[in-house]
Design a binder for this molecule. Structure first.
Ligand code: PLP
Length: 441
C-alpha cells in the first residue's frame, strides 16, 4: 500500500508542482523520480563549475567543522583573507577590496551605500541619487528594485519604492530611444550625461549598469563603445561607476568579468551567482582601494549583515575559484561560447525567433509574434513560460524572462555550466528546438 506524500508546507515560488532534486553532476540533474535533466541555464545563470563537485563540499565541511561562523566585527578568518588575495588577481582595475555578503541584491545594496559613504567622506553630502537604466535588474530588495528597470516586478510595490533617475539602456533590439546602431551615434550613452545634468550633478552619487544585460534584456551585449563612453561621463561628473556583474561575472562571458571586454575600470563591481557556483548563497562588492581608504579614514562604513564575511561561504568561493583557475574554465567559456553561438544561430530560421543574442555562455533567445517587426507576443499568452515547461518535459532546464518589450517580451536564457561537454551542448539545443516545435514556434 503506498502512502500519499504529506502536503508541502513550503511557501514555493511558483504555483505549479515542482520536481524534487536528488543530485547533480556537471551539467546534469536528476530528480527523486529518477528523471534526468540537462541544466541549460545553470539554474538562474549561477552554476559555472558544474553540479556535484565534492571538492567544494569538502572545503565547506572542513571550514564548518573548524569555525562555521564569526561575526564580521569580531573576527576575520584565514579562508576569507586568502580568498580576497586570490580574487584580487582577477579583479577589474583597482577593485581589489572584497566585501562578502549573501546574495546579489545585498551586494548591490552594499554598493549603493558605499557610493554614498564615499561622497560623504569626501565632503559632498548632497550626492545621494543613483542612476539606473531603463531596462535593468539589480535585485529584489526595495532599494535595488527601485534602481532596476523592471516595471512588472516593481508594479505591486510601487508605493514602497523610491523614484530613481534612469538613462536609456543599450538594448539595440528594442532601442528605448527608437534608434539604430551605429547611426544613433550611441545616443543611449549620451543620455547618461543628459540625466545627470537634469538631476544636478551635485546630487548624483553613482551610475549602476550591467556590462552585459542579464535577464531583463535577455543577455543584450552593448555596442563596444558604450561602456567607455559612460565611464568617461561618470569620471567627468564625479559619479561612481558600479558594474553589476552578478550574472555576467566569474567567467560567464568568456572573461573573468564582462567589463573587461570594454577595457573600462569601474569603481565598484558587484558579484554573486557564479562566484560560489551556487554552493553557498553569496554576493560581494569589489571596491576600488581608494574608495575604501577614504571611507575608512572618515570613520568607517556604517553597514553590515549578520552573515557578511562568512567563513563557510568564503571556503566555497575559494574552492570554486581554484577550480575555475585549474580547469581554465573562463577560457573554456569563451571557446564553448563560440560553439554555442554557432549552434544557436540556426534557431534564427524558426518562424518566431526574433533574436539570438549574447556572448560567452550567456545567451538570450527572444520569441516574437512577428519577428520582422520585432513585435512581441501578448504577455497573456505566456510564451516564454510555456516553452520553458515544454523544455522541462523534454528534460531541459532553461530560464525564462519576460518584459523586455514594454509589458510584453519573451526570452529564454540559455547559459549552461562552463563544464558542459560538446555532446551535452548539442543535446541542449536539440531539446530546445523540440520544445519550440511543441509550441508551434
Ligand atoms: N543583479 C543582477 C544583474 C542579477 O541578474 C541579479 C539576479 O538575477 C541580481 C542582481 C540579484 O541577485 P540575487 O537574486 O542573488 O539577490
Amino acid at each position: 500500500m503506498s502512502v500519499a506524500a504529506p502536503p508541502s508546507l513550503v511557501f514555493h515560488r511558483v504555483g505549479r508542482p515542482l520536481p524534487s532534486v536528488a543530485r547533480g553532476l556537471g551539467a546534469e540533474l536528476w530528480d527523486t523520480a529518477g528523471r534526468r535533466y540537462l541544466d541549460g541555464s545553470s539554474g538562474a545563470v549561477v552554476v559555472g563549475i558544474g553540479h556535484g563537485r565534492a571538492e567544494v563540499a569538502e572545503a565547506m565541511a572542513r571550514q564548518a567543522a573548524a569555525a562555521a561562523y564569526v561575526h564580521g566585527t569580531q573576527f576575520t578568518s584565514e579562508v576569507l583573507e586568502e580568498y580576497a588575495r586570490r580574487l584580487a588577481v582577477h579583479a577589474p582595475g583597482a577593485c581589489r577590496k572584497l566585501y562578502l555578503v549573501t546574495g546579489g541584491s545585498e551586494a548591490n545594496e552594499t554598493a549603493l551605500k558605499l557610493a554614498r559613504a564615499w561622497h560623504l567622506a569626501r565632503g559632498e553630502p548632497g550626492r545621494h541619487k543613483v542612476v539606473g537604466r531603463s531596462i535593468s535588474y539589480h535585485g529584489n530588495t526595495l532599494a535595488t528594485l527601485s534602481v532596476s528597470g523592471r516595471p512588472a516586478l516593481q508594479a505591486p510595490y510601487r508605493p514602497l519604492l523610491t523614484s530613481t533617475p534612469r538613462a536609456a539602456a543599450p538594448f539595440c533590439y528594442h532601442c528605448p530611444l527608437d534608434k539604430a546602431y551605429p547611426s544613433c551615434a550611441l545616443a543611449c550613452a549620451d543620455d547618461l550625461a543628459t540625466v545627470i545634468e537634469r538631476e544636478g550633478p551635485e546630487t548624483v552619487a553613482a551610475f549602476v549598469a550591467e556590462p552585459q544585460i542579464g535577464a531583463s534584456a535577455g543577455s543584450a551585449v552593448p555596442p563596444d563603445d558604450y561602456l567607455p563612453r559612460v565611464a568617461e561621463t561618470c569620471r567627468r561628473y564625479g559619479v561612481l561607476l558600479v558594474a553589476d556583474e552578478v550574472m555576467c561575472g566569474f567567467g560567464r562571458t568568456g572573461r573573468w568579468f564582462a567589463v573587461e571586454h570594454s577595457g573600462v575600470a569601474p569603481d565598484l563591481v558587484t558579484c554573486g551567482k557564479g562566484m560560489s557556483s551556487g554552493y553557498a548563497p553569496v554576493g560581494a562588492v569589489l571596491a576600488r582601494e581608494g574608495v575604501v581608504e577614504a571611507v575608512d579614514a572618515a570613520g568607517g562604513f556604517v553597514h553590515g549583515f549578520t552573515f557578511s564575511h562568512h567563513p563557510v561561504t568564503a571556503a566555497a568561493c575559494l574552492a570554486v575559484l581554484e577550480i575555475l583557475e585549474r580547469e581554465r574554465l573562463v577560457e573554456r567559456a569563451a571557446l564553448l561560447g563560440a560553439r554555442l553561438a554557432a549552434r544557436l544561430a540556426v534557431l534564427r530560421a524558426r518562424p518566431h525567433v526574433g533574436d539570438v543574442r549574447g556572448r560567452g555562455l550567456m545567451w538570450g533567445i527572444e520569441l516574437c509574434e512577428e519577428p520582422s517587426a520585432r513585435r512581441p507576443f501578448p504577455r497573456a499568452r505566456r510564451t516564454a513560460e510555456r516553452v520553458t515547461e515544454r523544455a522541462l518535459e523534454q528534460g531541459l532546464v532553461v530560464y525564462p524572462s519576460t518584459g523586455c518589450a514594454g509589458a510584453d517580451g519573451d526570452v529564454l536564457m540559455v547559459a549552461p555550466p562552463l563544464v558542459t561537454t560538446d555532446a551535452q551542448l548539442e543535446e541542449m539545443v536539440s531539446l530546445l528546438e523540440r520544445a519550440l516545435g511543441a509550441e508551434g514556434l
